[in-house]
Design a protein around this ligand. Structure first.
Ligand code: PNS
Length: 168
C-alpha cells in the first residue's frame, strides 16, 4: 500500500473547480492527500476557515484517500506534524511561478524533508481563481462552471450579500 502523504495547502476562499482538479489528480498520485485550509497573510478571507473546510469536504466526499483539515500556522510545521512528504500546488500561468517558487524555496529551507510538487492547471481552468469567483458572483454573474456543485447555492447567496455589505 502507498503510504505517501501529500498536502495540498491553500486559502480556498472559496474552493474552485481548478482546486478540485488539482486535488483529484494528486489523489491518483499519492496514497493519502490532506487538503489544508491555511492563512495567507496577504489576503483577507470572505469565508471563515471552518466554512472553507466544510465546502471542501462536501466537494471531495467521493474521494476516500482525501481528507480536509484547518491549520493556523506555518506549512513547514504542519508538514512535520502530519509527516507529509510532498506539498502539491497548482500552477496556472507564468505569473504564478515567481510567488510559488519563492514559497517552495522557503518551505524547503524550513522543512527540508518535504518536496514541493507543481501540477499544471488543466487548460480549461487556466483563468480561474477564487478572486474571479468572488468578483463575478458578487455582481450576480453565473459562477456555476467555476465552483463545485455542492457549494454553488450556498456561496452564491453569500457573494451577492457581500457586495451589498461593501456598498452600505
Ligand atoms: O491559496 P493561496 O492563498 O495561494 O495559499 C497560500 C498559502 C495559504 C498556502 C500560504 O500563504 C501558506 O503556506 N500559509 C501558511 C503560513 C506559511 O507557512 N507561510 C510561509 C510560506 S512561504
Amino acid at each position: 500500500m502507498d503510504k505517501t502523504i501529500a498536502v495540498c495547502p491553500g486559502s480556498f476562499d472559496p474552493v474552485t473547480c481548478g482546486h478540485i482538479d488539482i486535488i483529484k489528480r494528486a489523489a491518483k498520485m499519492f496514497g493519502q492527500v490532506i487538503v489544508v485550509v491555511m492563512t495567507n497573510t496577504a489576503k483577507r478571507p470572505l469565508f471563515s476557515g471552518e466554512k472553507r473546510a466544510d465546502m471542501l469536504r462536501r466537494s471531495l466526499c467521493d474521494l476516500p484517500n482525501v481528507q480536509v483539515d484547518c491549520y493556523d500556522g506555518l506549512l513547514a510545521d504542519y508538514m512535520r506534524k502530519v509527516q507529509g512528504t510532498a506539498i502539491v500546488k497548482g500552477l496556472r500561468a507564468v505569473s504564478d511561478f515567481e510567488y510559488e517558487f519563492q514559497m517552495a524555496l522557503t518551505n524547503k529551507k524550513l522543512c527540508p524533508e518535504a518536496e514541493t510538487v507543481f501540477l499544471t492547471a488543466d487548460a480549461q481552468n487556466m483563468y480561474l481563481s477564487s478572486s474571479i469567483v468572488k468578483s463575478v458572483g458578487s455582481m450576480g454573474g453565473d459562477i456555476r462552471d467555476f465552483v463545485p456543485p455542492p457549494v454553488y447555492e450556498e456561496i452564491q447567496e453569500r457573494l451577492v450579500n457581500s457586495r451589498k455589505e461593501d456598498i452600505l
